[in-house]
Write a protein of this length. Structure first.
Length: 339
């Protein structure tokens, strides 16, 4: 069956005996078109199911009012809360949003950025992949349209960046464990090239140093995929140590949940034997037993803030870039504290 083609301005104009320019001005509510003609054109457009081509319209006016968003993984809980904030604020300001996923691939990230530009977006919100080393292509995008980084950022890219204070958040998590009397605190983090992970690791080291707790390299474990599966695997490693940890700080909730599952398999008491703290306050942090102590990241607020600053840069060419920190908080639950 042949696909039905969309109605065009020419189709409306032909059926009404009007010029294409008159139909276009009527649909765009121009003041030089009389009300009767506007009603006639709008009725015919509805009858023919006419849909305006926003890209063609944008190229004519040099405004598409479209924002591009590129994230490593759309299905990630924290990312989904950020996207909710982006969509809500963008739409309330009259912008459409195109969302794409880099799948944590540097090459895919560059491909998506170029695709966004081809679509005529007026600005891009970007959460970097953990494998982003060469920023040359990103700087090229920045030369053409406004770009705001959020969550996973880089100090090599001179643009507005919306982040949390990962270092301070991790410090607060480890300090909480220290205040509970824990002295052998392990950390499960990502391998290098992850901005967030390295900042959280810095917070971990600073807390131990400030409280004069020796740093044991055996308690510092890294993995590329900081997941439930890897949380279980790394837990096996620290449990094989002669001097086991009395607490574990994981830089993601997923990893922390893997830790809890593995500790329960060994019939270790949580938090009495080993306390566990995660990071992000995901939905699953309140489902796992015991409930997970974690750092709350307000993703919705991050999304709203990032798109707010991007729109400001789109509409005010002279704005200078800045770094905005979103406040976090420690949510204490049963995995680290029993009343």
């Amino acid at each position: 069956m042949k696909k039905k083609s969309s109605a065009t301005l020419k189709d409306i104009a032909k059926q009404l005996g009007l010029s294409t320019s008159t139909v276009s001005r009527a649909l765009n509510n121009h003041s030089d078109i009389n009300p009767e003609t506007k009603k006639l054109v709008e009725k015919k457009a509805k009858e023919l199911n006419y849909q305006p081509n926003i890209f063609a319209k944008g190229f004519r006016s040099h405004r598409t009012r479209i924002i591009g968003v590129v994230v490593p993984k759309i299905s990630h809980y924290y990312t989904s809360t950020i996207l909710e904030g982006i969509l809500e604020t963008a739409e309330s300001n009259g912008y459409r949003v195109i969302i794409s996923e880099s799948k944590n691939s540097f090459e895919k990230q560059i491909e998506m950025l170029n695709t966004m530009i081809q679509f005529g977006v007026e600005g891009i919100l970007l959460c970097l992949t953990r494998r982003t080393k060469n920023v040359k292509d990103i700087l090229s995008v920045l030369d053409r349209i406004p770009l705001v980084l959020f969550d996973k950022v880089s100090n090599k890219i001179p643009c507005t960046q919306v982040i949390i204070n990962d270092k301070q958040a991790a410090y607060n998590a480890v300090e909480h464990l220290i205040n509970l009397g824990r002295k052998r605190i392990a950390i499960f983090k990502e391998t290098e090239n992850s901005f967030n992970s390295e900042k959280r690791y810095e917070g971990y080291l600073k807390a131990l140093t400030d409280y004069n707790i020796p740093i044991d390299e055996k308690l510092i474990l890294s993995t590329e995929d900081i997941s439930v599966k890897q949380g279980k695997r790394l837990t096996n490693i620290v449990l094989s140590l002669k001097e086991k940890p009395d607490a574990i700080f994981a830089i993601t909730d997923s990893c922390a949940i893997g830790i809890i599952k593995k500790l329960k398999q060994y019939n270790l008491r949580i938090p009495e034997d080993i306390a566990v703290v995660g990071f992000s306050n995901s939905f699953n942090s309140t489902i796992i037993e015991p409930n997970l102590t974690t750092i709350d990241q307000p993703g919705n607020k991050m999304g709203k803030t990032a798109v707010k600053y991007l729109i400001e840069e789109i509409e005010n060419d002279s704005l200078s870039y800045k770094t905005i920190e979103i406040r976090t908080s420690l949510i204490v639950r049963e995995s680290s504290f029993k009343a």
